[in-house]
Design a binder for this molecule. Structure first.
Ligand code: PBG
Length: 328
């Protein structure tokens, strides 16, 4: 008889029960954060064409969706606002009666502490030029002037009841400025989830439809978001954000940046989040619609891979459907 090596790798793959027993990575409902969009001045929810199943919500439909997520056991949502009025500085972002602020109060009334309320903190949805900050006369995003605006947005969101604010603009010093502003106003308990390693990615396309953002003059965000060719730079970004006071750091996008997630996980002790972004969702949905892939299986595989790489939780447009599949 031929002799084989003593360790037969297939022994523990034989039955579903054995495979479950030895699985290293377990995806659960607790790992999911649902991104939600609320739009000012609409009477009915508006479907986002490039994100099947995702809506621009009215205040009422937003609250219903949050209730559904809470009932499914999803622990958190991240909220984005689409204002009726945009201007050069994005001032609706810090208006106490701006759309995200009123929606945060609605959500707190409906769901209490059942859902962690994360508010995306940026101004691109609120500026008429679509950039994540104020522009200099030359048309560049002014870092320090923008950071001052972010501090105002953080206060408005914290006062409206956000548990977590999530600065996504990639301005230098944004986390320190936000932490200082929150503490000075008595919001020591408001946490900061920093979009720490956020890449200038073509995978954000569908999101821009969801928030009605067009960058002026066909521009892009390469002057402030990271270059996809760089990995070490992500560690520098993350280290700065941790020193500045980030409670959680995030890598974004996720599936195309698993190496970055793993590298970040290895060097920090704060929780690591990953954003499974709009383009990643849209690709799966589009291919599944054509019958080319099994969309649900690919979604589970992607989310599991993001966790295997080291993420503690994942922001994903699949949150509700995966929560249904996994059970509460
Ligand atoms: C910026 C922001 C973006 C996303 C989240 N926050 C867009 C951008 O940086 O251009 C993208 C999320 C996604 O694609 O799902 N406020």
């Amino acid at each position: 008889m031929m002799s084989f090596p003593a360790r037969r790798m297939r022994r523990l793959r034989r039955t579903p029960a054995l495979r479950r027993l030895v699985a290293e990575t377990r995806l659960s409902v607790d790992d999911l954060v649902a991104p939600l969009f609320v739009r000012e001045g609409i009477d009915e929810p508006v479907p986002v064409t490039s994100l099947p199943g995702v809506m621009q919500h009215t205040r009422e439909s937003l609250v219903k969706e949050a209730r559904r997520l809470a009932d499914l056991g999803v622990p958190a949502l991240v909220l984005f606002g689409v204002p009726a009025r945009k201007d050069a500085t994005g001032s609706e972002a810090w208006n106490p009666d701006g759309i995200v602020q009123v929606a945060l109060r609605d959500l707190r009334d409906e769901t209490g502490d059942q859902l962690a309320l994360v508010a995306d903190l940026c101004v691109d949805e609120y500026t008429d030029h679509g950039h994540c900050g104020v522009l200099t006369p030359a048309g560049e995003v002014d870092n320090d002037a923008t950071v001052e605006l972010y501090a105002r947005v953080a206060l408005a969101q914290a006062q409206a009841g956000a548990d977590v604010v999530a600065p996504s603009g990639m301005m230098d010093g944004q986390v320190a400025a936000i932490r200082a502003a929150l503490d000075a106003d008595g919001h020591e308990e408001t946490a900061i989830l920093a979009y720490a390693a956020k890449y200038a990615s073509a995978l954000y396309g569908p999101f821009r439809e969801a928030v009605d953002v067009t960058i002026v003059g066909g521009g892009d965000r390469k002057g402030y978001q990271q270059d996809s060719r760089n990995g070490r730079e992500a560690l520098a970004e993350v280290a700065l954000d941790v020193v500045e006071g980030a409670d959680i750091v995030m890598v974004k996008p996720a599936v195309a940046y698993l190496d970055v997630i793993a590298a970040v996980r290895a060097v920090v002790d704060v929780p690591v989040a990953a954003y499974n972004v709009s383009g990643e969702y849209a690709m799966v949905k589009a291919a599944a619609e054509r019958g080319w892939i099994d969309g649900e299986a690919v979604a589970l595989e992607h989310l599991t891979a993001i966790k295997r790489a080291g993420a503690d939780f994942v922001l994903t447009y699949f949150a509700a459907e995966v929560a249904e599949t996994l059970g509460g």
